[in-house]
Design a protein around this ligand. Structure first.
Ligand code: ADP
Ligand code: MG
Length: 596
């Protein structure tokens, strides 16, 4: 399964009630719906192809008749060539239209899934393997292609052709039809046993592809650490094990698919021989003539392809519905409502006030509380530092402000309004947030800076580059702002990544700036410069900073001391050094050491 606990829980406020899960075929029809007319056109062409094929035996019977009675055969020959040509042309066109439609179905599913991915709640992502999610979007959707062409269309055209062929056979000779159907029914019974096994094996094969994606993502996400730890062999084994499991299950599915196809093929051979024997006897007794027997045998021959088509449709659907089930699981993860574009604050926008009132929170129902009633109030404007031992819940404060998670009880207000009542994109557009690990995305320097404000003017970018002391770096880069920074910004130093992240947040002109240990990797000179910048920003914006350096803390307007999910004390450095033993200890050891 995609998660290790019930994914429908804890979606209060952000997600609409989780919709009941439709069966796989309903999901498939949903993706096919926009293309139903193209699909019908393709199916119609396939039917016409089948029909032109069905006429051939009749023309053949005419040809044999003409030969037997010494009549000229040019008409019958011309008719046959025309039919064969039409069959090829219409068949080719039909197959193109169908394949094209199937690709559109895959595209639709990929778009829907990737949009959903971007809306996933962080709590859902916490419990998911990103590599497995990725496999669902890339690999499982691919399987919808065959389901669309082979299953939907195969079942439609194959089924209709089958019925038409059976009707024609009945018109030619009812006795021989009875013989044929008896054989076909016997084969159907065997297929009923085989087909469910294909579904099971396919599901396991796709799950193994997901596990392989998860393994790969884990390795590529920390390749340096894997190499430095000499763990290549063990990690390689994990990937290979998943790949081999997928192979094993796919081979199992292939075995049953082949068995299904061969059962159908064998049934047709048996039908052919039986019809030949029974039909030959009927010719000998004069019940039917040779032309009728030949025509019927040709129909048995033609029955082969629709039967294979229907059997293929059913087996393919088993593979496809395994993939559809995996797609459905991803679509059931709790998600935020679709983001509406919200304008960024204008340059002079007023700063925001923020308050926590008795906030209790845990990351999941089976985990301990991280906030046991956190309360504090920060007025608009100025700098507030959050300090406390690691694990105290400081980062969680920021996550709750951004509504990556919702508290279990208590309220968080921005400008006096509960954040739960804010339109999510509107709330986030008011905030500039620098994560603890200051992530830089792959792409160019410019992509990274403008991520939160693609419309930022050059002058504004230049100013922010200067205040974050990135201007010298950009000048040194071979292609300036267009230089690629590598996967996760690996071509930058830790301090440079932090400054890029701060610049990115500043370009959003936030009314509330959240800096989570954002200067931890800066050298003393850059740190001092950034401190001045932040102090400057704090004159017009509300700044919350998780700080670990005495220099940052002493200049803050107020300090919130957190410990084990509670606010211990709030005050200035001077108040707290004498008033709070934990703070005094932190100031003496942690801050001073780091500041040293
Ligand atoms: P701080 O920033 O003060 O060091 P955090 O707010 O990051 O502390 O974390 C507080 C506690 O919550 C820690 O014990 C941590 O292990 C836990 N925690 C943090 N993030 C998650 C998460 N996504 N899922 C489960 N537990 C988490
Ligand atoms: Mg933290």
């Amino acid at each position: 399964s995609i998660t290790d606990s019930d994914p429908t829980e804890r979606s209060e406020g952000t997600a609409p009630d989780p919709a009941p899960v439709p069966p796989a075929w309903r999901l498939l029809l949903g993706y096919v719906r926009p293309h139903r007319w193209a699909l019908c056109a393709g199916a119609l062409l396939a039917l016409v192809t089948g029909a032109t094929g069905l006429l051939l035996p009749l023309v053949a019977r005419g040809l044999i008749d003409d030969l037997a009675h010494d009549r000229p055969v040019t008409g019958a020959l011309l008719g046959m060539s025309g039919l064969v040509l039409a069959n090829a042309a219409v068949g080719g066109l039909g197959s193109y239209v169908l394949r094209r439609t199937a690709e559109s179905v895959v595209l639709g599913a990929r778009r829907a899934l990737s949009s959903y991915l971007l809306r996933l709640r962080i709590s859902a992502v916490d419990r998911t393997e990103p590599g497995d999610l990725m496999a669902r979007i890339t690999s499982d959707t691919t399987l919808l292609r065959e389901v669309t062409t082979d299953s939907l269309v195969g079942l439609g055209t194959g089924g209709l052709t089958l019925i038409a062929t059976v009707v024609m056979m009945g018109l030619v000779d009812a006795v021989l039809l009875g013989v044929t159907l008896a054989v076909v029914l016997g084969a159907g019974t065997v297929l009923g046993v085989i087909v469910p096994r294909i579904n099971r094996a396919s599901r396991q094969a796709q799950d193994a592809v997901g596990a392989m994606g998860a393994s790969l993502e884990r390795i590529l996400g920390a390749l340096r650490t894997v190499k430095a730890s000499g763990a290549e062999r063990r990690e390689e084994e994990a990937v290979h094990a998943a790949a081999e499991e997928s192979w094993r299950q796919s081979v199992r599915a292939a075995k049953w698919t082949a068995a299904a196809g061969n059962t159908a093929g064998l049934a047709m051979q048996i039908a052919f021989i039986t019809v030949l024997a029974v039909g030959g006897a009927r010719v000998a007794t004069g019940a039917i003539d040779v032309g009728t027997l030949v025509a019927f045998l040709l129909y048995v021959f033609y029955l082969m392809s629709p039967i294979q088509e229907v059997v293929g449709a059913v087996t393919q659907y088993q593979t496809g519905s395994a993939a559809l089930a995996r797609i459905q699981e991803a679509l059931r993860l709790p998600a935020e409502p679709p983001a509406r574009p919200a304008p960024l604050p204008s340059p002079g926008a007023r700063p925001a006030a923020i308050a926590f009132e008795d906030v209790r929170f845990r990351y999941a129902d089976d985990l301990p509380y991280v906030h046991h009633g956190v309360t504090f109030a920060v007025p608009a404007r100025g700098m507030t530092a959050f300090v406390g031992p690691s694990g105290a819940g400081k980062t969680t404060v920021f996550s709750l402000i951004e509504r990556f998670y919702d508290p279990e009880s208590g309220t968080i207000t921005l400008d006096g309004r509960d954040v739960a009542e804010w339109e999510l994109s509107e709330l986030r557009s008011a905030i500039g947030y620098v994560e603890q690990d200051a992530p830089v995305l792959s792409g160019s320097m410019r992509d990274n800076l403008l991520l939160g404000n693609p419309e930022a003017q050059d002058a504004e970018v230049a100013r922010v580059l200067k205040t974050t002391r990135l201007d010298a770096l950009v000048e040194r880069l071979p292609r300036g702002l267009d230089t690629l920074v590598g996967h996760r910004g690996t071509k930058l130093s830790g301090g440079e990544r932090q400054r890029v992240a701060i610049a990115r947040a500043l370009l959003r002109r936030p009314r509330l700036l959240l800096l989570d240990e954002a200067t931890s990797q800066l050298d003393a000179v850059n740190e001092a410069a950034l401190r001045d910048t932040v102090a400057d920003v704090a004159r017009s914006t509300t700044v919350l900073v998780v700080a670990h350096r005495l220099s940052t803390v002493t200049t803050a307007d107020r300090i919130v001391v957190m410990d084990a999910g509670r606010v211990r004390a709030v005050g200035t450095h001077r108040d707290l050094v004498t008033g709070d033993p934990l703070y005094a200890e932190l100031a003496a050891t942690q801050f001073l050491a780091a500041a040293g």
